[in-house]
Design a protein around this ligand. Structure first.
Ligand SMILES: [Zn+2]
Ligand SMILES: [Zn+2]
Length: 246
């Protein structure tokens, strides 16, 4: 077992708010410079760029988890991570189909671009991805679990789209084992503000939309291998696995 430095919340060029400089090669180069071992591409409500970014990540010796940042009907952002592309795609399709058929406004939100490994644009996504699913949080968690995801609220201390901001609490019955926190957060201060957070492994990520932000928030995991199951074990402190966040 050894330590893996992970940033599990990064947006690609497909997120409307993601910078068009967040191409696969530029992202992996920066992730390498930041000495990250595991990253996750987590675009809003879609996995359409994950396969290409995974292929490029491998060339850079990086482990990439397939992910989505889902926006629930309650306007809560939830990170869902997968080892398996088929599972990620099946879950991603359910979420994508549950978005209202509203067109993206590129002038206002930015372009939503699907790319290939050579960074050619192969599609402009027309559906507005920065929108809520019609599915509620508990339903999304249930479906994600059925697809073997590692699930955690994206940024519990953020001013918007956070589970605490929207609901006031983290419902126990959802059985989360981890909570995402923002890059600049101090975990101990957060726990004193929200004592409930002491019950969860806190995971700091960058939520990068720009290259310079990749790795600005990260978490170290002591694992046997860089998989979703191992990350879950670390969050539960099982079998010697553990999580370290600064
Ligand atoms: Zn978010
Ligand atoms: Zn995000």
């Amino acid at each position: 077992m050894h330590w893996y430095k992970a940033d599990l919340h990064i947006h690609s060029v497909l997120s409307p708010c993601g910078d068009l400089a967040m191409s696969p090669h530029a992202m992996m180069k920066k992730a390498g410079e930041m000495e990250l071992d595991i990253i996750a591409v987590t675009d809003h409500n879609t996995v359409s760029n994950c396969q290409v970014y995974y292929e490029v990540a491998r060339k850079y010796g990086l482990h990439l988890l397939y992910g989505l940042e889902v926006q629930t009907a309650e306007e809560i952002h939830i990170i869902t991570l997968f080892d398996d592309l088929k599972m990620a795609t099946a879950f991603g399709n359910i979420i994508y189909d549950s978005l209202l058929p509203i067109a993206n406004d590129p002038e206002f939100f930015g372009d939503q671009v699907v790319v290939d490994a050579e960074e050619n644009i192969i599609k402009f996504e027309n559906k507005a991805l920065i929108n809520s699913s019609l599915l509620p949080l508990d339903e999304i968690v249930k479906i994600a679990e059925q697809h073997n995801a590692f699930i955690f609220p994206a940024h519990v201390d953020a001013p918007s789209y956070s589970i605490i901001g929207q609901l006031g609490v983290i419902p126990d019955y959802l059985n989360f084992i981890a909570c995402g926190i923002t890059a600049k957060a101090d975990p101990q201060t957060l726990i004193s503000q929200y004592p409930q957070l002491a019950n969860y492994s806190l995971i700091k990520n960058s939520d990068a939309h720009y290259l310079d932000d990749i790795g600005s928030g990260y978490t170290e995991f002591y694992l046997d291998s860089p998989t979703v199951e191992e990350l879950k074990k670390a969050c539960r402190s099982e079998c010697g696995r553990t999580v370290y966040v600064k």
